[in-house]
Design a protein around this ligand. Structure first.
Ligand SMILES: Cc1ncc(COP(=O)(O)O)c(C=O)c1O
Length: 387
């Protein structure tokens, strides 16, 4: 049986494939250090698990409204107001099966075949594939390391054509760790406003932010920007809930309704008892997030310090998320050669930047212990001949 043309056009997820190769080597007993995964190494906080388990015990095991349980949508609405200064009514919020699903639904609900979606590179690898899946055209726009891998308004304007319908902005960013300032967002928003370009604002790493950096939600900039924006967020990264599959999109009423309608015919609701866990995540104590952020922040400093000792490797200090994007071009290898040889020779798994649209880099995730970071960076130094 032949898969559809649509599916044949997809690029397999390289992050998952390197990760599974590293896991297979580990399972064989090899001493592999994995910097590949895009998920927290912490467990979900106990009070969140307890809420989900309690709801299971109470028989909360049936369908819910496809848009999510009312109390979770209300809690998200309150959170968006309190943390982000965003005014979204519960009816404008649709709970999905992970922020990945939220992004996909957002594109499915707003893009038509032939529409172009501007995606600044390096990008989270699912954006272009999602755009293709809905029949749209991803337009990849490289950003510059000297601009901290952030798109400038000029780059945005130059990439625009009469077919441009959407821009994807991911701040804090995967794989760059870059965080856009309010001014930088305002510059991009002005360009979007000129041509009525929709903004898909993926804010999943919002809480994982370090030092002086501050997260700004682009939809707060003005009513007009708000009306063009679909704000995506979720529970996977801040609350270490990747396996729970819970995210949401907040959008102008009409788009939210459209997303609800298409979701009602595809996945229906996100898992009932997982939603109760998410409710506890937003309503419960937030010190669990603070502790995780403090730990990531220490690891970021550790990894950056170790990278400073390897002059052949360059990087832009990440301000958010839990990745460092490392420029390996001085080694004379492309990103796939580097990642494959590093795994074979030193048993260290990283993700080749080609997966993110930048063949000059590799991504190192620091969602792993300080001990792994120290040992792994020693091996990387040996691999590039720096020790
Ligand atoms: C930028 C970005 N957006 C969305 C997601 C998806 O998160 P979720 O687990 O909620 O689907 C990821 C996960 O890696 C991500 O890096």
């Amino acid at each position: 049986m032949e898969p559809s043309t649509r599916v044949q056009e997809l690029t397999p997820s390289l992050t998952l494939s390197i990760d599974s190769k590293a896991k297979a080597m580990k399972a064989e007993g090899q001493d592999v250090i994995g910097f590949g995964a895009g998920e927290p190494d912490f467990d979900t906080p106990e009070h969140i698990k307890a809420a989900a388990m309690g709801s299971l015990d109470a028989g909360f095991t049936k369908y819910t409204p496809s848009s999510g349980i009312p109390e979770l949508r209300a809690a998200i609405s309150e959170k968006l107001k309190a943390d982000n200064g965003l005014d979204y009514k519960p009816s404008q919020i649709i709970v999905n099966c992970g922020a990945k699903h939220s992004c996909y639904n957002a594109m499915l609900a707003t893009l038509d075949p032939g529409d172009e979606v501007i995606i600044p590179a390096p990008y989270w690898l699912s954006y272009p594939e999602m755009a293709k899946l809905v029949g749209a055209e991803p337009v990849i726009v490289p950003t510059k390391a000297e601009n901290n891998y952030k798109m400038t308004p000029e780059e945005f304007r130059d990439a625009m054509t009469p077919k441009t319908k959407m821009i994807v902005i991911n701040t804090p960013g995967n794989p760059t760790g870059s965080v856009y300032t309010e001014n930088e967002l305002a510059g991009l928003a002005d360009v979007a406003l000129d041509e009525d370009i929709l903004i898909l604002s993926d804010e999943i790493y919002e809480k994982l932010i370090y030092g002086e950096a501050k997260h700004v939600s682009i939809a707060t900039l003005s009513k007009d920007v708000y009306n063009l924006t679909l704000t995506v967020n979720g529970f996977s990264k801040p609350y270490a809930m990747t396996g729970w599959r819970l995210g949401y999109v907040a959008a102008p009423e009409g788009v939210a309704k459209a997303i609800d309608s298409l979701q009602s015919h595809s996945t229906s609701n996100a898992t009932s008892f997982a939603q109760k866990g998410a409710l506890a995540a937003y309503k419960g104590p937030q010190d669990c997030v603070k502790q995780m952020v403090a730990e990531y922040s220490k690891r970021r400093d550790l990894i950056c310090g170790l990278l400073d000792g390897i002059p052949l490797l360059k990087y832009v200090k990440p301000q958010g998320a839990f990745y460092v994007l490392v420029d390996i071009s001085a080694t004379g290898q492309n990103s796939t050669q580097f990642a494959e040889r590093l795994l074979d020779k030193q048993k260290v798994a990283v993700v080749p930047g080609i997966a993110f649209g930048d063949d000059k880099t590799i991504r190192i995730s620091y969602a792993t212990s300080a001990e792994n970071i120290e040992n792994g960076l020693k091996r990387i130094a040996t691999f590039v001949g720096a020790s």
